[in-house]
Design a binder for this molecule. Structure first.
Ligand SMILES: N[C@@H](CCC[C@H](N)C(=O)O)C(=O)O
Length: 283
């Protein structure tokens, strides 16, 4: 069973090509794969599968949300390290696009990938970076995150998945994110990804993130879009562009009238074969 390992700004993933849609990817197997001691180690898993396979297995409610997904196109079946399913992953999608091109499953340039937050147009570049059209970053309220007993006001943003992006005065690298930040379970009934960021200059912000279903990661693509959208919301600007510096590197986010784009690196690191006995025992 083939696997690949890679990352986008050090948010790392196991890629599992499941071209005929037969892989039994249980939550227990995802947890085992992502475990940095007993598995390969990663923040999440990207199963490469045809849209039709996912559409067939989703609930009726989920199928309605996937109405625009091409059953014959490639679909990023994303899982968090704890085995949970999330709607969208920006860094993962860049890596997914790079894999499709590398494997000859898509032609370099522009193509569309299905996700649980709908079809996403992507564009691969010659320097190895990838631009994603992420769709609108929708503000749906104000709330606060609690870190080490301190409350940080933030903006609730839907980028396909839920975020609470908090503009802070201090240095984000001083924060302790080993414990999940406290959040309002009423506004975020399915959990939340929390970004804490500060301005770093006229065209850049610096951000740390605690991800739902993972813990602190070195980057979160949807989180960088949420942070830039939150900043623009706070200064009452409808559109804008910013670099976002995360622990694992730098990405560029653009918020436009009708959507958002995310550009950053995608790095395939290794490929190999999973041991069949290990896979069976991990179920
Ligand atoms: N790392 C991702 C986001 C992955 C999903 C997230 N943890 C959630 O549960 O919503 C990214 O790069 O966007």
């Amino acid at each position: 069973m083939e696997f690949l390992k890679g990352h986008g700004t050090e948010n790392d993933f196991v890629v599992l090509p499941d071209l005929d849609g037969t892989l039994d990817l249980t939550a227990a197997r995802v947890r085992a794969l992502c475990d940095r001691n007993r598995g390969l180690g990663a923040d999440g898993v990207l199963r490469v599968v045809k849209g039709s396979v996912v559409l067939d297995t989703e609930t009726e409610d989920a199928r309605r949300r996937l109405a625009d997904v091409d059953p014959d196109g490639w679909f990023m079946d994303y899982r968090n390290a704890d085995g949970s399913i999330a709607e969208m992953c920006g860094n993962g999608l860049r890596l997914f696009a790079a894999y499709l091109v590398d494997a000859g499953l898509a032609e370099a340039g522009e193509f569309v990938v299905g996700t649980r937050s709908g079809p996403k147009p992507v564009r691969t570049h010659e320097d190895g970076s990838v631009t994603l059209h992420m769709g609108p970053a929708r503000v749906f309220g104000r709330s606060q995150a609690t870190v080490s007993g301190e409350a940080y006001p933030g903006v609730a943003i839907d980028v396909g998945n839920p975020h609470l992006a908090c503009l802070i005065d201090g240095d984000p690298t001083d924060l302790d994110l080993t414990v999940p930040p406290g959040h309002d379970p009423v506004l975020f009934p399915h959990g939340v990804n929390v970004e804490l960021f500060r301005r770093k200059g006229p065209d850049a912000i610096q951000m740390r993130v605690h991800e739902r279903g993972v813990g602190e990661t070195r980057s979160c693509g949807t989180g960088t879009v949420a942070a830039v959208a939150a900043l623009l919301h706070l200064v009452d600007e409808p559109t804008g562009t910013s670099y976002v510096d995360v622990l694992g590197g730098r990405v560029r986010v653009e918020i436009t009238e009708d959507g958002s784009t995310l550009t950053g690196p995608a790095v395939l690191v290794a490929r190999g074969q999973l041991d069949r006995r290990w896979w069976e025992s991990a179920s």
